[in-house]
Design a protein around this ligand. Structure first.
Ligand code: GRF
Length: 202
């Protein structure tokens, strides 16, 4: 399974993925692409001997043109799976459809709750008792694609936003590699906007 990872930042999820695929045969992160030059994830990828690219969205007149250039770059690597790991750009429908069923994201909330930004504060403000993260197939609906796996934690009264953020981040590092392993082992598919895991609709 050839994996391309898109990042914009620290890349701690990328690191968890790099570490976990090392243990798996025929599963490789073949390239890491960032739209931020100073994303620390690029350093992590280089240290692991993975090809890296920086592509600056500000150099493109509009979202369509940026996404076309990004697709051209990604497709040079002929990936089976495209992984969004803190990639902070909204992707066009054309882009999403090009990789449909081969494109996954991790989101720091228990989707369908709290799509979008600032998820931890919103969960606190709503007095949620549980919070967590979701890995989902990406579809044209922002943070709305079907969920593959979630990591859940209890919210305790003394917890603040930063606390939640750190805890959820740790959980992300556990669940993203699981979803990727399922995909690489062909246990996972997107069919008619539903997740199929081992032949069962989730
Ligand atoms: C994570 O919180 C993820 O849920 C969100 O972006 C963040 C990426 O963190 N989509 P990192 O760059 O992997 O550390």
């Amino acid at each position: 399974c050839r994996i391309v990872v898109l990042i914009s930042g620290s890349g701690s999820n990328l690191q968890a993925i790099i570490d976990s695929v090392k243990e798996q045969q025929d599963v490789n992160v073949v390239a890491v692409i960032s739209n931020k030059a100073d994303a620390y994830g690029l350093v992590r990828a280089k240290q692991a001997g993975i090809a890296t690219h920086y592509i600056d969205h500000r150099q493109y007149e509009n979202r369509q043109l940026f996404d076309q250039a990004l697709m051209a770059l990604i497709d040079q690597y002929e990936p089976d799976l495209l992984v969004l790991a803190g990639f902070m750009r909204i992707l066009t429908e054309a882009f999403v459809n090009h990789y449909l069923g081969h494109l996954i994201n991790i989101h720091p909330s228990l989707l369908p709750k709290y799509p979008g930004l600032n998820t931890h504060q919103r969960a606190l403000d709503a007095n949620e008792r549980e919070h967590g993260c979701s890995v989902h197939f990406v579809t044209p609906v922002l943070d709305g694609g079907p969920v593959i796996i979630q990591g859940v934690m209890a919210i305790e009264s003394r917890m603040d936003k930063q606390h939640l953020e750190e805890r959820v981040h740790c959980i992300e590092h556990k669940v993203y590699p699981i979803a990727i392993k399922w995909f690489a082992e062909q246990q996972l598919a997107l069919v008619n906007n539903s997740v199929i895991l081992n032949g069962q609709i989730l």
